[in-house]
Structures are given as C-alpha cells and as structure tokens.
Design a protein around this ligand. Structure first.
Ligand SMILES: [Zn+2]
Length: 362
C-alpha cells in the first residue's frame, strides 16, 4: 500500500513538472514574440465595382524582418475572381509594392490587379486570395499567414451602347480574309496581354492620351460589323475612340515600359505600355510612332501621331486598357486609379488605423 501510494505521488509530481515546463515554455515563446500574430489584411481600393472596373487587391502582411524585394517583383500569391456560382473569371498574381509601418509594426504591401469583365451580369463577385499551387511556402517568408481567404463584393449593374458599322471592301478583307500573318499577330498580342512580367512603373493615376472631348465610340459598345457580302459579325468595343484629326500627338497615359511599338494588320501602328504586372495601356491606328520597344516613358511622353491605319473607317485614336488580358474601362482607370500609392496608403489608414510612414517615400 505504502509503496503503491508513493509511486502514485511520484507520477503525479512528474506530470505536474511536465505541465509546468510546458506552461513556462509557452510563456517564454509568447514573451519572445514567436506567437506574434501574422494576420494578413486584405483590402480592395475601389469602393464600388461595376462591369469594366479595375479591382486593386491590397495585402497588408505583418513582418518583423522585411524581405528584400523591389517594387513589381512577383510573389507566390494569387487572387482569383469567380462568379456567385464559383465559375472562374480571372486570375492575377500578387506583386510586391511597398513597406509601411502601422502602429510601430512593419508590414509589406502586395497588390494584384483584376477587372470585372464588361460582360459580367451578376450582382456579386467572389475574391479568393491564396498561395500559388506550385509554390513551396513552408519555410518561406509567407509561412504562417492566414490564407486562403475569401471575400465577396457587390457589383453594380451597367448597360452599354449598341452600334452597327458598315465596312467597305478593304476593311471587310481585314476582318474576314484568312491571313497567317494576322493570326500570328493575334497570337503575339494575346501572349503579351496575358503575361505578368515583373515591373511596376506607375504608382500614381492615369490620364487621357489626347485632349479631346470628341468620342466616336465608347467602352463596351456592342458592335455589329456589316460586311460587303451581306454577312455580319458581333463584337464588343474594348476601348474609347477619340475623333481627333490625323497628326494629333498621342501621349502616354502614365509612366511605363513600351512592350510593343509596331505596325499590325488590324490595329495599324500600335503602342502597348506595361504599367504593372498584367496591366497594359494600348494605342491603335496611329499614323506614325515615335517610341520603340524597351523605351521607358513618362506621363505625357509623345508616342506618335494619330491616324487611320489598320481596320479604321476614319482618323481616330483607339485607347484601351487590359488587365490580365481582359478589357478595363479607360474612364474608370482614371477615376479608380488602381495603382495610386497615396490612395492606397489612405485606404489602409482608413481601414486599419494610423500609418506612421511609408518607408520608401512617395
Ligand atoms: Zn476603337
């Protein structure tokens, strides 16, 4: 009896010791900050979304030791847009944008740019933020973040104009005649517009490329092309047409890298500028070009003179934006300013509290 009782007491003591040791370890860990919260905050810059709206998804990631990234570097995180029935709409990678301090703690900011397609008719859209499937996160800077996360956003309905355009023999040929060069150019364009190469060139707003109130076509116009043989085809106009005379200077909408500057059969003399990974502005039908591929441009840099080259029924400038390959409304690109650093910082301040400073300046 005595021996057994002694045994139980020792066992209980051992258990107690193990318990105290575990508790002490937990307290130590808590004290040293190992259990510090790594709660990632997800914000969307735009207050309202409608078909054609850009969506700036901002990740605010706490970090005691900020990793060495340059603005525009790609991160192993992605944003996925889907419909109310979880039908996939679009995917965008996150890129590094900045470091900030919030209530004395360091954070890094990452962004992904998406767009509500101009054909979207549902009232809400889902956003999933997750790690890239193939990325190994376990021992990386991103380990322990509270991802994936899903957020829902309302989408306001919007209607678009309809127009019918009768094409003459030359333009009918451009649209309908089989041409391997045209197919090659279409494949090259799509490859560029769906690429998400590193490089953030604009951290402010966008401006119109010509100073003209005269618009001959609008974003999202539902078009019917009538061909000379009596047949017709439906399409959606992805940009804004400015009715400016031939020879009008065409100016860059924002700082960026010229990714294309050449003649194409359908779009004539064409300039495409990268402003952020997966975000491009496009300028079509120009008479002449004054930039070349690889040039860095600023807001207002002359890209060339407007004209009527390619599939065009008269002098005009076609101005367009693409985000992850999808059309974005140029007017909303100006209003919603998806890359504007000042707006991003003030949105974070509004939602999460006071920011002490932006460590990389503005
Ligand atoms: Zn156009």
């Amino acid at each position: 009896m005595e021996k057994r009782g002694h045994h139980i007491t020792r066992k209980t003591f051992q258990r107690l010791l193990v318990g105290i040791t575990a508790l002490a370890c937990m307290l130590l860990l808590l004290g040293s900050g190992t259990f510090q919260s790594r709660e990632t905050h997800i914000l969307v810059l735009q207050d309202e979304l409608s078909p054609g709206s850009p969506i700036s998804v901002i990740l605010v990631i706490p970090t005691p030791h900020p990793p060495q990234y340059k603005a525009g570097d790609m991160l192993p995180l992605q944003g996925l847009l889907s419909s109310s029935e979880k039908r996939p709409i679009q995917k965008a990678p996150f890129f590094y944008t900045d470091q900030i301090q919030l209530a004395g703690q360091d954070y890094i900011l990452a962004m992904a740019i998406l767009v509500v397609p101009n054909t979207y008719e549902e009232k809400t859209v889902h956003l999933d933020v997750q790690f890239e499937k193939t990325a190994s996160i376990a021992s990386s800077f991103f380990a322990g973040l509270n991802l994936p996360q899903t957020h829902n956003f309302p989408v306001s309905p919007r209607s678009f104009n309809s127009e019918t355009i009768a094409l003459g023999p030359e333009n009918t040929d451009i649209k309908t005649k089989p041409d391997p060069q045209k197919n090659k150019e279409a494949a090259e364009l799509w490859k560029l517009l769906t690429s998400t190469d590193a490089g953030l060139f604009n951290t402010a707003g966008f401006t119109a490329p010509v100073d003209s109130p005269r618009r001959t076509s609008y974003f999202g116009d539902r078009r019917v092309y009538q061909y000379t043989d009596g047949s017709s085809e439906r399409s959606i106009h992805g940009g804004i047409d400015f009715g400016v005379p031939r020879g009008t200077p065409v100016r860059a909408s924002a700082p960026g890298l010229v990714r294309m500057a050449r003649f194409r059969i359908v779009t004539g003399n064409t300039v495409i500028i990268q402003h952020a990974p997966g975000l491009y502005s496009l300028y079509y039908h120009m008479d002449s070009l004054s930039v070349k591929e690889g040039d860095l441009v600023q807001t207002g840099t002359e890209l060339g003179k407007s004209g009527s080259t390619g599939l065009s029924t008269g002098p005009h400038l076609h101005w367009e934006f693409r985000i992850q390959g999808e059309f974005a409304d140029p007017d909303l690109m100006i209003q919603a300013a998806p890359l504007d650093k000042e707006r991003i910082i003030s949105k974070i301040t509004e939602k999460l509290g006071k920011t002490d400073r932006s460590t990389e300046g503005r």
